[in-house]
Design a protein around this ligand. Structure first.
Ligand code: PAF
Length: 282
């Protein structure tokens, strides 16, 4: 495993791999790696000759300074995990390397970036789209791996890649869960013991929603109401939103006719948790 800090060095590494005819897989991360990240890395390892993991806590996607300051950072522990998962290169740039003096460009995917998470976190997806565009251009990878847990992020990135003709396959990866259903997230460590015990209510609500859709319920509002009811019954959970939307543009739908996705955001104490699941009508 080699740690690469400079963009110029990353370009040299990538150019060498491409000249040798090797396929390159990139897993963008902000560190604080958990089993969810491991699954992205393992998939990249299986599918690509060279695996690059980026490790960069991107300041431009935090609209809350406190959230950025509190974001867990332990590069050595993350490098160890990357090594265990067979990563070849960890790209670990300093903020000034990614955003030098004079940096002004942003990538904005209107519409998708302003709804749902974008409403509570103005500018968040603009920061994500900008940094992911930079990472894809630096990494020149064949495939890039993203978790389905942040479903909206995945759609913003897919739209951006399609619109800008970036030649990469975006590979969505299944959400990895704790034994009690809580979706793995770097934020989970910030839950108190009581909040942690209450948090699987989100997964329970989504599982119930899937069961409704599986049993033939097509009324999206009924499914949405069921998710809300289950989460609102938990005193430690403050539901921000739950919606049932079309898989691509995340527009709200009335009837599940083919594919749909349920998205949830709920706050436990000071910790905002998001989760999602696909719904398939029979
Ligand atoms: O999902 C994340 O960890 C981040 O949003 C990403 C994609 C690495 C961009 O900073």
């Amino acid at each position: 495993l080699e740690v690469v800090e400079l963009i110029a060095d990353m370009r040299t590494v990538v150019a060498r791999a491409r000249r040798a005819g090797k396929s390159i897989g990139l897993a963008p991360t902000m560190g604080a790696l958990h089993a969810g990240h491991r699954s992205l890395l393992a998939r990249a390892r299986k599918e690509c000759d060279v695996v690059v993991m980026s490790l960069f806590v991107n300041p431009t996607q935090f609209n809350d300074k406190d959230d950025f300051a509190k974001y867990p950072r332990d590069a050595k522990a993350d490098e160890l995990i990357a090594r265990e998962e067979g990563v070849d290169f960890v790209f670990e740039p300093a903020p000034v390397e990614m955003y030098p003096d004079g940096f002004v460009t942003t990538v904005h995917v209107p519409g998708l970036s302003e709804i749902l998470e974008g409403k509570s976190r103005p500018g968040h997806y603009q920061g994500v789209a900008t940094v992911v565009a930079k990472l894809l251009l630096i990494g020149q990878c064949d495939r890039a791996y993203f978790g389905l847990k942040d479903y909206q992020q995945l759609q913003v990135i897919r739209r951006m890649v399609a619109d800008l003709n970036i030649q990469v396959e975006i590979v969505p990866c299944e959400t990895i869960r704790e034994a009690d259903g809580l979706a793995m997230s770097s934020r989970n460590v910030r839950l108190t013991a009581d909040e942690r015990a209450a948090s699987p209510v989100i997964a329970r609500a989504l599982t119930a929603a899937q069961a409704m859709a599986d049993s033939g319920v097509r009324d999206a509002q009924a499914i949405r109401a069921s998710i809300a009811r289950i989460i609102e019954a938990e005193p430690l959970a403050k539901l921000d939103y739950t919606v049932v939307v079309a898989p691509d543009d995340l527009s709200e739908i009335a009837t599940i006719d083919g594919g749909a996705v349920a998205l949830v955001a709920a706050i436990f104490g000071g910790v905002r948790l998001i989760d999602s699941c696909t719904l398939q009508s029979r």
